[in-house]
Design a protein. Structure first.
Lengths: 661, 100
């Protein structure tokens, strides 16, 4: 029995963990819960690793198997629809599955320390395991519908975990917001899948790819389908205009932000695009839209991140921005570069979030940048790791972020100078706000106020710093995965992914853009150092000059406020009020009308009963009887002679009868 | 000979007078007398037809009727006296206790 034969164990381990915790969690000790959940995460990772190692030896590096039929057929299609419980392990899903299980394991480990003193311990780990199960189902699915099951599952876990501290009103609202906005995206996703089903008669990826390579399909329908799928991806991966849930999602515990909203769940959108790359390549207009939206989102989010004051919100907008660049990569056809950035982004963003968590943990829950500072001495490991992550995200060679970002920038340059300019500016802004975050947190004077507990802020326990160090190591060497051949690397990632994703012909490096981007990044870093270490009064003066613009930008450029006004207040409250008025006027009016009609009928019936039935029939008959009897009574005179006379009349009548007969 | 018819006419006229008397007269005694008249008219009829057919049955029957009439008068007068004792009147139209 090989790892591949039992591939279904990979999502099953965390599923079992979730079920056990869900049913019996209350009885476990904290230690038991941690051991169980981290254990299942580790088992999933080990199994996935084994399966991927086996995959390497298969021809074509493709493994697909159906374990049981789920939805065998659909009326109207002669053959099966392909929606079965089938798992596909190819280079693309291998990368994702290792990423999900690996980072998931690290974050589970981290959470043991982070959540050590929180309530709801088993609920947290149960949801985390459930999330792993859903995410693994998503990345291992061999057809759109099973992928959608995982898609919805991660959305559910996102809701559960964002609203983890459900007693807090903002957390509840944020969870609901995430779920609802995701839902809007999911509607498009499902429509896209249905359209695909209509076009191809199946939802299995392999079958669809085969059809696409053999003969193309009508472009109008494919464009519609891909646009709908991209809408779904935008919802999950927080692009314009469906990004509004991600900043609020920071209400959840920091490990949740690290796992879901940095490394794995939000990258599901990119994964979807890579999975359906042939479909998207058959609809170039959609790819244009993808690139434009990605670029726009990237720049917008980077600008907003620059003015945030909450450490996690900076990272949230940073995630949105980085996801935008990944979509930009896919939009210009550089799927491999996009996926590479997914991997490196997972490394440094998870590290950034976990490091932020460590800082928040050390400061007893403080998240405001203006109340941090001077923590480098006190939290050396955290500061060092976050420094590495900052260098990585800024794209400074030779760290991980540089190679992936450079690949994207090169692809953008080749596609369109405008896209490159946007991406280049984004890179600069990224460097700027990330270094700003780093300096404000770790350098300068200590701005945190008196603390509840005794003593100084101190470094986190080993269970938290361990994953930090591992991730930092990955940031340092991760670039080697896809180091471009133009700089002497082997670009192993592109070769690994070659059976699945198209390899861009990128052998000759573009030196000009590369140099320009590195220079800009270094310039931005120095600017940040100047503004936040050397002369901190400068940013304050700038901010004071344009307070309204600052505030507007900080709130996300009014997108959120717009949604609230249109949907929550407009449709929600006013729509509700209008419906209430309708209910009162029309529906209740109808009911009252019915009641009046009933009363009228009753009155008519009463009138009939009184006058016709009682009057005519009953009383009339009585009167008739009385009347006629009074007349007839006169025959009974009581007098003998009258009776005798009557007898004579009778006799006479008889005689007449006889005589005249 | 005269024949039968005139005698029958006499009997008829007597009977009519008797009937009318029964029906019209107020005094109960007069009603009784009128009843006697009817009986006598019947007697005359019987005797006349007995003579016509030359049989004696008619006359025998007439004798029976006479005896009968006598008894009847006795009873009738008894009734009348009982009535008088109750109602203190001999007027027939005042005896209407059965009036309904």
């Amino acid at each position: 029995m090989t790892f591949l034969d039992t591939l279904w164990l990979v999502p099953l381990f965390p599923a079992c963990g979730a079920v056990l915790i869900g049913l019996l969690g209350r009885r476990f000790s904290r230690r038991g819960v941690s051991v169980l959940c981290v254990g299942t995460a580790f088992a999933a990772f080990a199994w996935a690793l084994g399966a991927v190692l086996e995959l390497r030896h298969l021809p074509g590096r493709q493994f697909e198997r159906v374990w049981f039929a789920w939805l065998p057929s659909v009326a109207g299609l002669g053959h099966g629809v392909g929606a079965d419980y089938g798992l596909l392990l190819d280079p693309l899903s291998a990368v994702m599955v290792l990423l999900v299980t690996g980072i998931g394991l690290l974050i589970h480990l981290y959470s043991v320390g982070y959540m050590a003193r929180e309530g709801g311990y088993y609920r947290f780990f149960g949801c985390m395991n459930l999330f792993l199960f859903a995410m693994l189902t998503l990345v291992l699915a061999d057809n759109f519908l099973l992928l959608f099951v995982g898609w919805e599952g991660v959305g559910l876990c996102s809701y559960l975990l964002i609203g983890f501290w459900f007693k807090k009103h903002t957390a509840r609202a944020a969870g609901l917001k995430a779920f609802l906005v995701n839902r809007v995206g999911d509607a498009g996703f499902l429509l896209g899948v249905l359209l695909v089903l209509r076009l191809f008669g199946t939802v299995r990826f392999a079958a669809i790819s085969a059809t696409l390579t053999q003969h193309g399909v009508s472009s109008g329908a494919v464009m519609a389908a891909t646009l709908l799928l991209f809408w779904g991806a935008s919802g999950k991966s927080a692009q314009l205009p469906l990004f509004v849930w991600l900043p609020d999602a920071m209400e959840g515990p920091t490990p949740v932000s690290a796992l879901m909203h940095a490394a794995t769940m939000v990258t599901a959108g990119i994964y979807l695009l890579c999975r359906a790359d042939l479909l998207f390549l058959a609809a170039p207009q959609t790819l244009g839209v993808v690139a434009a939206v990605g670029a726009g989102t990237a720049l917008f989010a980077a600008a907003v991140a620059l003015v945030q004051t909450d450490i996690k919100r900076v990272l949230a907008f940073s995630t949105i921005s980085q996801l935008g660049t990944m979509f930009l990569a896919c939009g210009v056809g550089a799927f491999t570069a996009g996926l590479f950035h997914v991997v490196t982004h997972a490394f440094f963003k998870a590290l950034l979030f976990l490091g932020a968590g460590s800082v928040i943990h050390a400061l007893d829950g403080e998240q405001d940048l203006s109340r941090m500072g001077g923590l480098a001495r006190r939290l050396p490991i955290t500061a060092g790791c976050m420094g590495v992550a900052t260098l990585a995200i800024a794209g400074i060679p030779p760290l991980a972020g540089f190679a992936s970002k450079d690949a994207i920038l090169t692809a953008a340059w080749r596609a369109s100078p405008w896209l490159w300019i946007v991406a280049w500016l984004t890179a600069g802004l990224t460097s700027l706000y990330m270094f700003r975050l780093y300096f404000l947190t770790f350098h300068g004077p200590a701005r945190w106020g008196p603390r509840r507990g005794a003593g100084e802020p101190h470094e986190a326990p080993g269970s938290m710093t361990g994953p930090l160090l591992v991730l930092a190591g990955l940031c340092l060497v991760g670039g080697g995965l896809g180091w471009p051949t133009s700089l002497g690397g082997a670009n192993r990632l592109a070769h690994w992914l070659a059976p699945v994703l198209p390899v861009a012909a990128e052998e000759a490096g573009e030196w000009g853009p590369m140099a320009a981007s590195v220079l800009l990044v270094l310039l931005a870093a120095s600017l940040a150092w100047l503004g936040y270490v050397r002369r901190p009064e400068l940013p304050r003066r700038w901010a004071a000059r344009w307070p309204q613009f600052n505030g507007w930008l900080r709130s996300g450029a009014g997108v959120d406020a717009g949604y609230t006004a249109v949907f929550a207040d407009g449709l929600g409250k006013r729509g509700g009020a209008a419906l209430a008025r309708f209910d009162g006027a029309v529906l209740d009016g109808g009911v009252n009308l019915g009641a009046a009609a009933t009363r009228l009928t009753a009155q008519l019936a009463a009138w009939w009963d009184t006058w016709v039935v009682d009057g005519v029939a009953v009383e009339g008959l009585a009167r008739l009887a009385a009347f006629s009897s009074r007349r007839v009574r006169r025959l009974q005179s009581g007098r003998l002679q009258t009776y005798a006379l009557l007898m004579v009349f009778g006799l006479g009548t008889f005689l007449l009868f006889y005589l005249l007969r | 000979m005269i024949g039968t018819m005139p005698y029958v006419w006499v009997a008829a006229i007597l009977a009519m007078i008797g009937c009318v008397g029964v029906l019209t007269r107020r005094n109960v005694l007069v009603i009784l007398m009128s009843i006697e008249l009817i009986l006598n008219a019947v007697n005359i009829n019987l005797v006349v037809f007995a003579r016509q057919w030359g049989q004696v049955r008619g006359q025998v029957f007439a004798l029976f009727i006479m005896a009968d009439a006598a008894a009847e008068v006795a009873v009738g007068l008894g009734l009348l006296i009982a009535l008088f004792r109750n109602k203190s009147t001999v007027h027939a139209d005042e005896m209407d206790l059965l009036k309904g």
